[in-house]
Design a protein around this ligand. Sequence first.
Ligand code: 5AD
Ligand code: SF4
Length: 465
Amino acid sequence: MTGGRKGASHDMNLNVYIETYGCQMNVYDSELVKSILVQRGHHLVDRFDGADVVLINTCAIRERAHQKIYGRLQQLKRVRALRQSELTVGILGCMAQNLKQDLVDGRDEVDFVAGPDAYRHLPELIDASRGVAVADPAALEKAALKLSTTETYTGVDPVRSGGINAWIAVIRGCDNMCTFCVVPYTRGRERSRDPEGVVEEVRALVRDGYKQVTLLGQNVNSYRFGEVRFADLMRRVADVPGIERVRFISPHPKDFPVELIRAIAEHPKLCKHIHLPLQAGNDRVLELMRRTYTNAEFRALVDEMRGTIANLSLTTDVIVGFPTETAAEFDETVRLVDDVRFDAAFTFKYSERKGTYAQRKLRDDVSAAEKTRRIVELVELQKRITHEINRSLIGSTHDVLIEEHDEKRPGYVVGKTDHFKHTIFPADGAEIGDTVRVAIEGAHGATLYACALSAHAHAARRAVG
Ligand code: 5AD
Ligand code: SF4
């Protein structure tokens, strides 16, 4: 912390610009940050120019996220030198928590860092950086990077940016300790929000016109508040009158009791899509990753889900080139992906993250070229499977919740099926927020092309009231 470059006026009306990287949890956290700053009388601006305060909410999950943010900091440095005005720069989020003071040291473009549990301190951190005297600067600096076991930002009402979907963090932190993952170090231990507060928030969201909520957590299905488990929470949220769709990310395969699978199968508002991160297909690698399931157990869970939930769509995450993973072990991942036939897969090359078990104890010994070979093989396979699954949907009918107008095609709208399939079709009178019955006519890549079956009826219904 630099502790004040200029005069010591307590300015309440600063223009704050927030830039967000990383996962949906980070997007949500930026909404919380906005709320905290607006409460303090600051203004949000959506452009960098003219901002008094620039906050960069960062991600630490993979190397590429780091590189992006370092690039952005370089740009900021130039802007700050050019403007020569009082511009406060704060780095928030996972990378701030992960690299701590290292991120500030030697970078005169950064005034302060604040981790994901410290956002209630932001007004003070901004004040301190702008020369306002704070009671105990050393304590404040420490608080800015302290992980909490209780902070769930209860009472902070996120400033959402509109649209049809609202994110709600129901659990923060992660207790799993997968050996590749930085999240336990950047976001601390698990803590769940009171379900009453969550349900109350969903009611308010419905009143504000939101159609869908997505429950968020680094390990969302380990949610537990007293006797209330994730399946109970999902049912309670889905029972809120007026909510049309409920989704959740990201779960861990270890927390899928039969009640949760049944809840998804039974409740019409709970979307029939599960993102089920696999990470690897070989038992030795899975154990080294500390994933707590085997190849056979993962397959059995998928069978149980598909046996219980009709027309389930499944997506996944896979890491290639985890330390010591052999080519033959990787082939087991390929076989599993080929057998399970996910609707889509996000594939990543392993990269070391500071502080993780894998970084401390294992050697990142799969060469860059070999990681590339593996990821290309997996991506090609998944592309083929996605294409085959999507083509098999041609001729079927689905309800699509419209999210936006298609920027490239005037008169067309874009939305998702219940199964999370990106679908484009002629609006034909339907508007954002409408749910329209469509027939799938084509599939290209991950996108479905459709025609509306009920748009006119829908528009007419809206006209009547
Ligand atoms: N290297 C590569 N991929 C990673 N992920 C998490 N940590 C790493 C890492 N160190 C991937 C996992 C996770 C997704 C969000 O990011 O697949 O599910
Ligand atoms: Fe990135 Fe993970 Fe932090 Fe999300 S929780 S911003 S994915 S490091």
